[in-house]
Design a protein around this ligand. Structure first.
Ligand code: SAM
Length: 301
């Protein structure tokens, strides 16, 4: 039982509960440090208030959180605090044991059993974000590291449905998300995240605040989705864009004229134009990948 350790933050973890048998396959490293839990929830509340420009002093227009979605609430380390501020928030949790536990110990929290990878973010936004200031979702999650890229890509695919996402991830992945061009960490995640969002690493999170402790240092990252993405994004097919970025970085030391051979033969281009031919992918700004895709595939049909 870890309730003493968290002094009122998070739900009691009974020995018969999932704390006794965390599932590694579901990335169940639970937050147990009250200071870190407070720091994360405070950062999230700040971000919502910034998004809605609502002052903190009990303004009656404060959001009730119908558009707040938590991915993988587990034992409600975060949700137990968040639900006080956002009583209508929604939790998506895949583990039925956790859902049952939450229903018993935190009945005011609306949590459903769901695989977040099957979530239709656009449908969720049109169902839940109606009338909310932004009409978009505010997403928070301390989630399994092995599905973080998939989640980022699924949020990007539904970028118009999301205002911001505040996500815990491995520090090394956070650094890739935020990496500037020409740096070692700059790659597919950097380009895709930076085209659709403004990512910012908020703070690092040490292994000691979790139980069980993960092997790696983590970081809390906020990705603020752009109101207006680069208008040229509308002129290319997002699948083509992703293909070009992926193929370019698959052999990051090679010049684009060599690394893009497959796509070039697919679209019947024998020579890349001078603008691209001898450059390497890490030298391109995220926006330049739109131009590159456009030059290869032409306008979206
Ligand atoms: N938020 C809690 C905390 O901070 O202590 C739990 C975090 S734990 C790292 C990740 C949580 O995500 C677990 O509760 C796990 O069951 C849940 N989870 C894993 N895969 C999921 C999926 N595909 N969809 C929804 N929840 C998932």
């Amino acid at each position: 039982n870890r309730s003493d350790a968290t002094s009122g933050v998070g739900l009691p973890m009974t020995e018969r509960g999932i704390a006794a048998r965390p599932k590694q396959s579901l990335g169940q490293n639970f937050l147990v440090d009250p200071n870190m839990i407070r720091q994360i929830t405070a950062a999230f509340v700040d971000a919502v208030e910034q998004a809605e420009e609502v002052c903190q002093d009990g303004d009656s227009k404060q959001s009730t959180g119908r558009n707040v979605v938590e991915i993988g609430p587990g034992f409600a380390a975060l949700s137990q605090l968040l639900v006080r501020r956002f009583p209508e928030m929604l939790g998506l949790e895949i583990d039925q044991r956790a859902v049952a536990h939450l229903n018993e110990f935190l009945p005011e929290f609306n949590v459903v059993r769901q695989d977040v990878l099957e979530t239709d973010w656009k449908a969720l936004a049109s169902e839940r974000a109606v009338g909310a200031n932004s009409g978009k979702l505010y997403v928070i999650g301390n989630l399994p590291y092995n599905i973080i890229s998939q989640i980022l890509f699924s949020l990007i695919e539904s970028c118009e449905a999301v205002d911001f996402a505040m996500l815990m991830m491995q520090l090394e992945v956070a650094q890739r998300v935020a990496a500037p061009k020409n740096s070692k960490a700059y790659g597919i995640l950097s380009v895709m995240c930076q085209l659709y969002t403004e990512p910012k690493i908020l703070f690092q999170v040490p292994p000691s605040v979790f139980r069980p402790k993960p092997d790696v240092t983590s970081a809390m990252v906020i990705l603020k989705f752009r109101d207006k993405c680069n208008p040229r994004l509308d002129q290319v097919d997002p699948n083509h864009l992703r293909q070009v970025v992926r193929e370019s970085f698959q052999q990051r030391r090679k010049q684009l004229r060599n690394s893009l051979r497959l796509t070039m033969s697919q679209v019947g281009v024998t020579e890349l134009s001078e603008r691209w031919a001898s450059r390497r992918p890490q030298e391109l700004d995220p926006e330049e990948f739109i131009d590159l895709t456009y030059d290869l595939f032409g306008p979206v049909s």
